[in-house]
Design a protein around this ligand. Structure first.
Ligand code: HMG
Ligand code: MG
Length: 303
């Protein structure tokens, strides 16, 4: 198995969506540019969702029309996926020349209602329509399953519900499904157990990615465990930014700096320049006026 990992940087979308104070479009596009300059080649740049649901990203139109995005979209082997909840989002993304969208659904009912205002069944049906429309428009489609271990309202999520959501997303044509521990409650034990269960039920490991939030400080350990289980794609967020407005109490994603540091130490290629990434993390934290959640960044700054 190829040891190399691919990082999907979700800072500009997951990282910023939960920030209360308005972040200017210029800062968002500059962040994307700096992430690219650090070596990241897959960057989820924004979402096209209801502006009432996520006011921070209502400038997705300006981001997608920006010079930065236009330039980066031309660069070699760069992917700039955009999160969309419905056909409206997919059509808008297409109008701006987006070539990859991500659809999302929850394995559990409570979060599904809170996040996308529908049941799990309706979420699956909606994602299927979106995937079908996106493919017709020539875009490739990634999928997310949220609440793989627990739901903020319903408690623990049964493995069977995650399996169903993953299979549905694969069957509607998602080339990859990212497993979202939205609440950041899972531990490496849970990660191994779930991945094994999915694999025993014919889900190919090569089509899975890990998306771990760090509420309980388990995210980096979870990445490593998933790597040991054979997963090679991980979502992460510069400076550990992130969180979902509809998952109260959950904190950010695993910090990209920490993930790169860990894989560097393990001699696993990520093709990311850690020093440049740390500088990017410091820069965005100074713009947002918050401390970094990346331990590697804090340690490297203290030197
Ligand atoms: P709804 O209220 O049921 O739907 O929301 P609606 O169709 O009635 O639309 C309501 C309003 O939103 C209307 O505007 C629509 O036009 C507008 P109004 O007529 O009231 O002025 N609207 C849109 N505007 C722009 N772009 C669109 C769009 N769609 C509708 N695409 C809906 C349902 C799904 C739209 C809403 O609940 C929504 O947008 N939810 C998204 C919430 C979200 O973005 N959550 C965070 C991302 S998911 C996440 O973070 C988890 C993840 O990271 C993985 C993990 O950690 O687990 C991916
Ligand atoms: Mg997330």
């Amino acid at each position: 198995m190829d040891p190399k990992v691919t990082i999907v940087e979700v800072g500009p979308r997951d990282g910023l969506q939960n920030i209360k104070n308005r972040v200017s479009t210029e800062v968002k596009t500059e962040l994307i540019r700096r992430l690219y300059d650090s070596g990241l080649r897959t960057i989820e740049v924004t979402s096209v969702v209801s502006p009432k649901a996520v006011p921070q990203l209502k400038d997705c139109h300006e981001v997608l029309q920006s010079k930065t995005i236009k330039q980066l979209a031309q660069a070699h082997s760069v992917r700039l996926p955009v999160l969309v909840p419905n056909i409206k989002g997919a059509k808008i993304a297409h109008e701006y020349g987006v070539s990859e969208v991500a659809v999302f659904l929850s394995a559990s009912e409570g979060f599904s209602r809170a996040n996308i205002n529908c049941t799990v069944d309706q979420g699956i049906a909606r994602a299927r329509e979106v995937a079908s429309e996106a493919k017709k428009l020539g875009m490739i489609v990634r999928g997310y399953v949220s609440c793989i271990f627990a739901d903020p309202f319903d408690g623990p999520t049964p493995e069977s519900a995650v399996l169903r959501a993953v299979k549905e997303l694969l069957s509607m044509g998602c080339y990859q499904v990212s497993l979202g521990d939205t609440l950041g409650v899972g531990s490496p034990f849970d990660v191994r157990k779930l991945i094994q269960a999915l694999n025993e039920n014919d889900v190919p490991l090569g089509q899975l990615a890990g998306h771990f939030h760090d509420t309980y400080g388990q995210a980096l350990a979870n990445v490593w465990e998933a790597y040991q289980c054979g997963i090679r794609v991980f979502d992460s967020s510069v400076a550990g930014l992130g969180g979902c407005p509809f998952a109260p109490g959950a904190t950010g994603n695993v910090a990209t700096e920490d993930l790169v540091y860990m894989f560097n130490r393990a001699r696993v290629a990520t093709d990311v320049d850690l020093q440049k990434l740390v500088e990017t993390g410091r820069w965005i934290c100074s713009k947002l006026d918050i401390p970094t959640a990346s331990r590697a960044s804090a340690a490297m700054s203290a030197k």
